[in-house]
Design a protein around this ligand. Structure first.
Ligand code: LLP
Length: 419
């Protein structure tokens, strides 16, 4: 459930009519709803009521906006980060270092060092090499880094291949067959407090079964590692729960996910970490855009050319992803159209042959479910600048990311005086 709905024929974000935001801030602009973020955080937390000892660490990559992180920090969440930049964002948003988990296959030495400097709660190590490097850095400081070993369970998450992470051929984690041997080697290193394992098999999962299969393999590994004398106190189950992108689509709920987790992990006797991203932020944001013009006369349906483009919302171009598209003031008429942006490549297509509200030049419209992997994946391609972001709270709203104009970007591009 979200807080973007029609009132008196006008789409609102909570109590704010979207045309007001378009007028004040311009378009395209991402609009987030605080009430929706809080609701999703609460529903996810309640879904895990059967798991007593846990940390919910929001996957910052899904939406790193500082105001969004602050809302989630206040909801009790920690952060799952994958770079020094995300780590600094989480800290800046007030997340305690002990609630920060550092994931990722390519943490640099400087990033490992930063994690140690800040005293973060957990490093998820993805290779023997990374483990050795972290151990060396921590030992040199007379410390032990808190670590889980990420394993690759070789499970097909049945999601888009570009966001699948738990198959043997993916770059992530230690193959299960080597896990015991690598665990034993790293556990013996003085600089590591190796205390468990981590897993994450992919994103936008529409089915709990692959997750349950992966968690089952983790449970077996935990038993094996204990039998080999290791004290396993922590397991990180990653993120991945999908969200509905199309009206009417039904996905496993956080309650169903939580019940499955509670059942599978009931005998594990560990502290569990969760790294949800999309399920918290996805439906808490829309991309508000204005129709530049409607171009007719081609072979197919008309082109509705909007002022948002693939640089602002990359998911359709990258993954062929669907985002519901709706008029802000629908008049009841419908049309079939190709929804495109102004960028000079055919990939800048949001939807083809889409049945949608009838729109004309100047109308406002939204792409839904844009709160996760939206603004964060924006670029300035075609020198369009970086899109602005707004957070709504009841009847008030604030710009939480200024529009970065082409001029601002150019001002960071010195041209050498020898040219
Ligand atoms: N933990 C780890 C280690 C991850 O790699 C990810 C996502 C998450 C947690 C959060 O997953 P979520 O709960 O959001 O599914 N740009 C793509 C999604 C990439 C996801 C990468 N990893 C998209 O727009 O669909």
């Amino acid at each position: 459930m979200d807080h973007f709905s029609l009132r008196d024929g006008v789409l609102h974000a909570e109590d704010v009519p979207l045309p007001r935001i378009a007028q004040d801030v311009g378009t395209p602009v991402y609009v987030y709803s605080r009430a929706t973020l809080e609701r999703h955080a609460r529903v996810f937390t309640e879904g895990l009521a059967g798991v007593p000892d846990k940390l919910i660490a929001f996957a910052v990559k899904a939406n790193p906006n500082l105001a969004v992180l602050k809302v989630l920090q206040q909801a009790g969440f920690g952060a799952d980060v994958v770079s020094g930049g995300e780590l600094r964002r989480a800290l800046l948003a007030g997340m305690g270092p002990e609630k920060i988990v550092f994931s990722g296959v390519g943490k640099t030495r400087a990033e490992l060092q930063l994690g140690l400097d800040e005293g973060i709660g957990q490093f998820n190590i993805e290779s023997r090499e990374e483990g050795r490097e972290l151990a060396e850095l921590a030992a040199a400081r007379g410390e032990q880094a808190p670590v889980c070993l990420r394993i690759n369970p070789d499970v097909d998450a049945r999601t888009h291949e570009k966001i699948s992470t738990g198959k043997a051929e993916n770059k992530f984690g230690i193959p299960l067959v080597h896990a015991r041997e690598v665990y034993a080697e790293l556990a013996a290193l003085e600089g590591l407090n190796l205390r468990g394992v981590a897993v994450h098999i992919g994103s936008q999962l529409g089915d709990l079964e692959p997750l349950e299969t992966a968690f089952g393999k983790v449970g077996q590994l935990v038993a094996d590692l204990r039998a080999a004398g290791h004290a396993i106190t922590h397991v990180d189950l990653g993120g991945g729960l999908g969200v509905p992108y199309k009206t009417g689509e039904v996905l496993p709920s956080p309650a169903e996910y939580g019940a499955m987790v509670a059942r599978v992990t009931q005998d594990w006797d560990v502290h569990l970490t969760f790294e949800p991203g999309r399920v918290i932020a996805g439906n808490a944001g829309v991309l508000l855009t204005r129709v530049i013009r409607v171009k007719r006369g081609g072979n197919g349906p008309p082109f509705v050319i909007v002022d948002a483009a693939m640089n602002d919302l990359a998911r359709p171009a990258l993954y062929g992803a669907w985002h519901d598209f709706e008029a802000v003031t629908p008049n009841g008429e419908r049309m079939t159209a190709n929804i495109v942006g102004p960028i000079c490549e055919t990939g800048d297509t949001f939807a083809q042959d889409r049945e949608c509200d009838a729109l004309v030049s100047g109308d406002l419209a939204i792409f839904r479910t844009a709160g996760a992997y939206g603004a964060t994946m924006a670029s300035s391609y075609n020198s369009r600048g970086f899109v602005a972001e707004v957070l709504v709270d009841g009847d008030k709203f604030a710009v939480v990311a200024e529009r970065l104009t082409a001029d601002a970007i150019m001002s960071a591009e010195p041209v050498p005086d020898w040219l």
